[in-house]
Design a protein. Structure first.
Length: 577
C-alpha cells in the first residue's frame, strides 16, 4: 500500500524547514519537549487527510510571519495502478531513487520508483490549497489535485482524542475498510425514530404541562398558530439516523467507544492492521497514553513493530522508556531543532546504540546526557541539584538532563557509552574518577567530537576528593554518616584493613576532635571509604544524601580548586539543558 517516501515542511508552526525520508514501516519520533514531534504528525495529517477545508490562523506560521507561506509536501510511493493513470495523473508522476537517499526526480525514470507529491499551501489569506506538485503542473490555475475518491483512500488514520469514530460506520472509519457490506439504515430506523418521537411525546406531556400551557397561552395571545396546545416531541433532526448511528457494541449492549483510552487504541490499532492492504498510514501522538507497559507492547505488536515486513507505515511520538526499549534503533528517530531548521535522524541499528537503548532508554529522551563512571558520581550531582533547587535554582532533571551509570570497571567504558549518544547529536559529558586513568586514545577521540570531560585530580576517586578537600567539621560529618549507613564496626574494620592495623576509628575521631585531620588521615579515610563492593557511600541514594546534607552547604568554604571540580558538570548541564 502507499508509503510516504519524503516529508517536506516549510514555515509551519515551530518548523522553519524540514526534509525527512521516513522508514516504510514504523517511525517513532523522540526528542525533548517542544522539539516539533507532534507538529510533524499534524503536518502529515493536514496534507494527506480527506478534508475539504481546514481553519488556519496566523499562529500556524513560523514566527508569526505570514509573508512566508506554509508549504507541506508529501512524496508518496508504492502507488496503486489508479494513481499511475496517465490520462489524469501523467504530468504529476515523478521518480524516486531509493538507492541514493534523498533523490526525487521531477519525472519518472527507468530505474526509479514512480511517485507522486501531494502539497498543501497556505498563504496570508489563510485559505488552504491542496494540489499535486511537479515542475510540469506547478503553473496550472486551478492547480491539479487528487481526485476526492483517492484522497479518501489515501487519508491516514489518527489514533487520538477522536479516534473512537473508528468504532462506528462513519465516513472514513476503519470499519468501512474491513468489508464491502453496509447496514441499511433507511426504513427500519426511520420507523424507529418516528415511534420514539410519538412515545416520548405521550410521556413528556404530563411532565411539562405547566410549561406547555404557558407556551400555548402566549402563542394564542400573539396570534401564532400552534393548534389546540403546544406539545413536546423529540426533535426530528435529533431522532434521525445516519451511518454513524450504527456502532460497535459488546454482547451485553455496551458501546465499545465507552471503553478506556488504552483499550480503544489497542482495538483500533488491530483493526488497522487487519486493513493494511487497503489503508497503510497511521498517526499516533504519545503512543503510551492510557496504556500499562504490557499493553504498550501489545499495541506495538498490533502495529507490526516486530514483523519482518511491517504491514503499516506508522508515524508516532513517545516519551516512554518502555516504548524505546521495545523498538529497534532503526525504528526510532530523533527530532532536533535549530535556527537553520529541523532535522529527523534515525538512531540506526549499531550494537552500541542498541545496547544503550536497552540499558538507558530514558537518556534518549533528554536534551543533555551526563555519563557517569558509577553510582557515586550520579548521587553527587543529584544531591547537589536537589540542594540548589531548594535555594531557588532550576532543577537539572526538569530541564532535561539525564544521568547514565556505566557501572565502573574499565576506565574507557564511559567513553564508549558516551560516543553512542555523541554520534546522534546529543550534548554529552563524562564524569569519572581518576584513580584508574582512561587511555589517551579514548579521551581524545571523545573530546574531538565535541564531548566534555570532568574528572577528579590525578590518582583520586570521588571519595578521596571529599575527604581531602572538605573542612574538618564536614569530614567528621562524613564519618558519622558512614557509621549510620554501614554495619556496626564496619568503618573501624576498613580503617584497620587499609592501615595494616595501625589506625582505629577511635584514633581518627580523637584527631578530629582537636580541630583538624592530618593529610595522612584524610588519605586513609578516602581509601577506606571505597573498598570495592563495601564502599561507605557507593550508591546513588547514599551519595545523594551526602551531597545534599554535607557537600552542598560547605562549598562556599572549600578550596577554589575543589569547588570548580564539583561545579564543572553542574554548570555544563545547566548551559546545555
Amino acid at each position: 500500500m502507499v508509503r510516504i517516501r519524503q516529508v517536506e515542511i516549510k514555515h509551519f508552526r515551530s518548523i522553519r524547514s524540514l526534509s525527512w525520508y521516513p522508514q516504510p514501516g514504523l517511525n517513532c519520533l523522540v526528542g525533548p519537549g517542544d522539539s516539533g514531534k507532534s507538529t510533524i504528525l499534524d503536518a502529515i495529517d493536514l496534507c494527506l487527510g480527506a478534508r475539504r477545508t481546514v481553519s488556519f490562523a496566523d499562529t500556524d506560521f513560523y514566527g508569526l510571519d505570514v509573508s512566508q507561506p506554509i508549504v507541506i509536501s508529501l512524496t508518496l510511493g508504492d502507488l496503486p495502478d489508479r494513481l499511475k493513470n496517465l490520462d489524469y495523473y501523467g504530468d504529476c508522476l515523478r521518480g524516486y531513487d531509493d538507492k541514493i537517499l534523498g533523490v526525487v526526480l521531477d519525472e519518472p525514470c527507468k530505474d526509479c520508483e514512480t511517485v507522486i507529491t501531494v502539497r498543501l499551501t497556505v498563504s496570508s489569506d489563510l485559505e488552504p490549497v491542496w494540489s499535486l506538485y511537479s515542475e510540469r503542473v506547478e503553473h496550472l490555475d486551478p492547480p491539479k489535485s487528487l481526485q476526492w475518491r483517492d484522497r479518501v483512500e489515501l487519508a491516514p488514520s489518527r489514533l487520538g482524542q477522536h479516534s473512537t469514530s473508528n468504532l462506528s460506520w462513519t465516513r472514513g472509519s476503519v470499519l468501512n475498510r474491513l468489508g464491502e457490506e453496509r447496514a441499511t439504515v433507511g426504513p427500519a430506523l426511520v420507523h424507529a425514530a418516528r415511534e420514539a418521537r410519538a412515545t416520548f411525546g405521550a410521556q413528556a406531556g404530563p411532565q411539562l404541562a405547566k410549561t406547555l400551557e404557558a407556551v400555548t397561552r402566549t402563542a394564542k395571545d400573539l396570534g401564532i398558530p400552534v393548534g389546540a396546545s403546544a406539545t413536546a416531541l423529540l426533535d426530528a433532526h435529533s431522532a434521525s439516523f445516519g451511518d454513524g448511528a450504527v456502532s460497535l457494541h459488546s454482547d451485553n449492549g455496551i458501546p465499545l467507544r465507552s471503553m478506556g483510552t488504552g483499550s480503544t487504541r489497542l482495538l483500533i490499532a488491530g483493526l488497522h492492521r487487519a486493513t493494511a492492504n487497503s489503508a497503510g498510514i497511521v498517526l499516533i501522538d504519545e503512543v503510551e497514553h492510557g496504556l500499562e507497559p504490557h499493553r504498550i507492547n501489545r499495541l506495538l505488536d498490533s502495529l507490526g513493530a516486530k514483523d519482518k515486513e511491517e504491514p503499516l507505515q506508522v508515524f508516532m511520538t513517545s516519551h516512554s522508556p518502555v516504548v524505546l526499549r521495545e523498538l529497534s534503533g532503526s525504528q526510532l528517530s530523533i527530532v532536533r531543532s535549530s535556527a537553520a531548521g529541523h532535522t529527523v535522524r534515525a538512531l540506526g541499528s549499531g550494537d552500541d546504540v542498541q545496547a544503550a537503548l536497552r540499558m538507558f532508554p530514558e537518556a534518549f529522551l533528554a536534551k543533555a546526557v551526563l555519563v557517569c563512571e558509577g553510582a557515586s558520581e550520579i548521587g553527587l550531582i543529584r544531591g547537589l541539584d536537589q540542594y540548589w533547587t531548594k535555594q531557588g535554582f532550576p532543577s537539572l532533571q526538569a530541564a532535561g538532563v539525564s544521568y547514565i551509570d556505566v557501572g565502573g570497571g574499565d576506565a574507557d567504558r564511559a567513553f564508549k557509552r558516551a560516543n553512542a549518544f555523541l554520534g546522534l547529536g546529543y550534548k554529552v559529558a563524562v564524569v569519572q574518577d581518576n584513580d584508574k586513568p582512561p587511555t589517551e586514545l579514548a579521551v581524545q577521540g571523545f573530546l574531538s567530537q565535541g564531548g566534555a570531560l570532568f574528572s577528579w585530580r590525578d590518582g583520586l576517586a570521588l571519595e578521596d576528593e571529599l575527604f581531602l578537600s572538605l573542612p574538618a567539621t564536614e569530614v567528621t560529618a562524613l564519618i558519622a554518616r558512614a557509621q549510620e549507613l554501614t554495619e556496626d564496626g564496619r568503618v573501624n574494620d576498613h580503617l584497620g584493613t587499609k592501615s595494616n592495623g595501625r589506625v582505629k576509628l577511635a584514633d581518627v575521631l580523637a584527631e578530629g576532635a582537636s580541630g583538624e585531620y592530618s593529610l595522612e588521615t584524610r588519605r586513609l579515610l578516602g581509601l577506606s571509604s571505597r573498598i570495592r563492593n563495601a564502599g561507605w557511600f557507593k550508591s546513588i541514594t547514599k551519595m545523594s544524601g551526602v551531597a545534599h546534607d554535607i557537600v552542598g552547604p560547605s562549598l562556599k568554604g572549600v578550596a577554589p580548586e575543589f569547588r570548580e571540580l564539583v561545579l564543572g558538570p553542574i554548570r555544563w548541564a545547566r548551559s546545555n539543558a
